[in-house]
Design a protein around this ligand. Structure first.
Ligand code: 6PG
Length: 473
C-alpha cells in the first residue's frame, strides 16, 4: 500500500462504522471514512484526533484517497441502500478492488451481490460484525464469508482489531458465498432467544418472587460470576441499577413493547424453509411481536383478570438457585438449536461451516459471548460431525443433572400463572427431541383420512392409503 494513501475506507460513519474505523486507527492503520452527513465526519475526526484518520463527504475524493487495491467496508442499513451504494461505487472502482458489506444484510441479498460483483471483476464479501458500539471500538467478533482472496488481503487488519480470547482473534474465514451473513443471522437468532430467556427470568423474579430491582440486579450479577457468565447477563444486571435524574429506575419507565430490525425473523423464516426446528428462537420472535399489541393485551388482561393474570407468589427460598439451573438448561438448548440450524444450512447451501471455529469466534466480542461457548467449541472440535450438541458426552452429563430442575421450575412458574415461553418452549423441544416415538403417526393417519395423503408403515416399504370410514350412502 502506498504511503500517503489510506489503507482502508468505510462508507457509513454511524455508531458501528465510526467505532470500527477508530479501532483500526488505534492500532495504527491509516483509515478514511465517507458519510454524506458532515456532523458524522466532524465527530469521527474529533474522536480520532491525533490518529491517522480522515473523513470525506465527497465519494470521489474518498475513493481517490485510498491505496491500491482499494478496500471499502460498507456499514449502512441493510436492504436497498447497500445496492444503491454499490452502484455509486462501481464506476469509481477498478478490477481487483475489494468491497466488504459489514452490515446485517440478508444472506440471499449477499448471494446475489457476490455473484454479480464477481462477474464484474470486483472482490466482494459479506461479513457479520457483532459487538455493538463498545465491541466495534475495542474488539468485535467478525464473521467474514465469500471471496477468500479478498479475505486473506484484509485478514491482518481484521485479526488485529478483533476481540481476543486466550490470545486468539475472534475472526475466522466462515466459508463461501453468503455464509458470513448467514452465520451472523443465526448469531442474532440466538441473541433473540437468550434475551427472551432473560426476560422470562425477570418476570419470575419480579412477579413470582416479588423481588425489587436491586435484588434482581444482585441475582443476575451473581449468576454472571458462575456457569451462566455471559455478556447479556452482565448488561442486564447493570440495567436494573440505572436510575434517572429523578431518582427512579429507568427500567420501570420503559414501554413494554420491543422493537426488532428483522434478523430474528429471518432466522425463523429460514429454519422453516430448511425444515430445521428452532422453537426457542421462534418463540422469542413471537413474543417481540406480541409485545407490540399493547391495547389488545390490556383488554385481555382486564377480561381474564381472575384467570391467567392472577400471578401467585412462588414461596420457595431455594427457587433462585433452581432458576439458575433451569436457565443453564435452556441456554444450552438455545445454542444447540442455533448450531443445529448452522449444520443443516452448511449442507443445504454448501457453506462447509466449521462449527467449532464459529463457537470459538463467538467466545469474545459478540453479543452472545458466554463461557458456555468454550464447552460448545470443545464439543464440535472433538466431533466436527456431531449431529446435535445434546449428543456430546460432556453436554449430556450437564443436562442430565439439571433437566429435573428445569422441569420443576417450568411447572411451578406455569402453575403460578407466569408466562415463561422461553423456558417452557425449550423444555418441550427437549422432551420431543428425546422422544423415540413421537405422536406423529396420528398426524399421518389424519392427513390420510381427510386428504388421502397416504402414510408409511413400520417395517413395510411403500405408501399406503386407507378409507378410514365407509360412507353410509
Ligand atoms: C450485534 C447485534 C446487532 C443487532 C442488534 C439489534 O451482534 O452486534 O446483533 O447486529 O443489530 O442487536 O437487533 P434487533 O433490532 O433486531 O433487536
Amino acid at each position: 500500500m502506498s504511503e500517503d494513501k489510506y489503507s482502508l475506507g468505510m462508507i457509513g460513519l454511524g455508531t458501528m462504522g465510526r467505532n470500527l474505523l477508530l479501532n483500526m486507527a488505534d492500532h495504527g492503520f491509516a483509515v478514511a471514512g465517507y458519510d454524506k452527513d458532515q456532523s458524522k465526519i466532524t465527530l469521527f475526526e474529533n474522536d480520532g484526533a491525533g490518529k491517522p484518520v480522515k473523513g470525506f463527504t465527497t465519494l470521489s475524493d474518498f475513493i481517490n484517497s485510498l491505496a491500491q487495491p482499494k478496500v471499502i467496508i460498507l456499514l449502512v442499513p441493510a436492504g436497498k441502500i447497500v445496492d444503491a451504494v454499490i452502484e455509486e461505487l462501481e464506476p469509481l472502482l477498478s478490477k481487483g478492488d475489494i468491497i466488504i458489506d459489514g452490515g446485517n444484510s440478508h444472506f440471499n441479498d449477499t448471494t446475489t451481490r457476490v455473484n454479480r460483483l464477481a462477474q464484474k471483476g470486483f472482490h466482494f464479501f459479506g461479513m457479520g460484525i457483532s459487538g455493538g458500539e463498545e465491541g466495534a471500538r475495542t474488539g468485535p467478533s467478525m464473521m467474514p464469508g465469500g471471496d477468500m482472496a479478498a479475505y486473506l488481503f484484509v485478514k491482518p487488519v481484521l485479526e488485529t482489531i478483533a476481540a481476543k480470547v486466550n490470545g486468539e482473534a475472534c475472526v475466522t474465514y466462515i466459508g463461501p458465498g453468503a455464509s458470513g451473513h448467514f452465520v451472523k443471522m443465526v448469531h442474532n437468532g440466538i441473541e433473540y432467544a437468550l434475551m427472551q430467556l432473560i426476560a422470562d427470568t425477570y418476570e419470575v423474579l419480579k412477579n413470582g418472587l416479588r423481588m425489587n430491582n436491586e435484588k434482581i440486579c444482585q441475582v443476575f450479577a451473581e449468576w454472571n460470576k458462575g456457569k451462566l457468565q455471559s455478556y447479556l447477563l452482565e448488561i442486564t444486571a447493570d440495567i436494573f441499577l440505572y436510575r434517572n435524574e429523578d431518582g427512579n429506575f429507568l427500567i420501570d419507565q420503559i414501554k413494554d413493547e420491543a422493537r426488532a430490525k428483522g434478523t430474528g425473523k429471518w432466522t425463523t423464516q429460514v429454519s422453516t424453509d430448511l425444515e430445521l426446528p428452532i422453537p426457542t428462537i421462534d418463540i422469542a420472535v413471537a413474543m417481540r411481536d406480541l409485545s407490540k399489541y399493547k391495547l389488545l393485551r390490556t383488554e385481555a388482561s382486564n377480561a381474564y383478570k381472575n384467570e391467567s393474570n392472577s400471578i401467585a407468589e412462588i414461596n420457595n427460598n431455594d427457587f433462585p438457585a433452581k432458576l439458575e439451573d433451569a436457565f443453564y438448561f435452556s441456554m444450552i438448548l438455545i445454542y444447540a438449536q442455533g448450531m443445529h440450524l448452522l449444520s443443516k444450512a452448511s449442507v443445504a447451501y454448501d457453506y462447509k461451516l466449521k462449527l467449532d471455529e464459529i463457537a470459538k469466534i463467538w467466545r469474545g466480542g459478540c453479543i452472545i459471548r458466554a463461557s458456555l461457548l468454550e464447552i460448545i467449541h470443545q464439543a464440535f472440535k472433538t466431533n466436527p460431525g456431531q449431529p446435535h450438541l445434546l449428543l456430546d458426552k460432556d453436554v449430556e452429563s450437564i443436562i442430565k443433572k439439571i433437566v429435573p430442575i428445569a422441569r420443576e421450575v417450568v411447572v411451578k412458574t406455569i402453575s403460578a400463572g407466569i408466562s415463561v415461553p422461553a423456558y417452557a418452549g425449550t423444555l418441550s423441544y427437549f422432551d420431543a427431541l428425546c422422544c423415540e416415538h413421537m405422536p406423529s403417526n396420528l398426524i399421518q393417519a389424519q392427513r390420510d383420512y381427510f386428504g388421502a395423503h397416504t402414510y408409511e408403515l413400520i417395517g413395510k416399504e411403500g405408501s399406503f392409503h386407507t378409507t378410514w370410514k365407509k360412507r353410509n350412502d
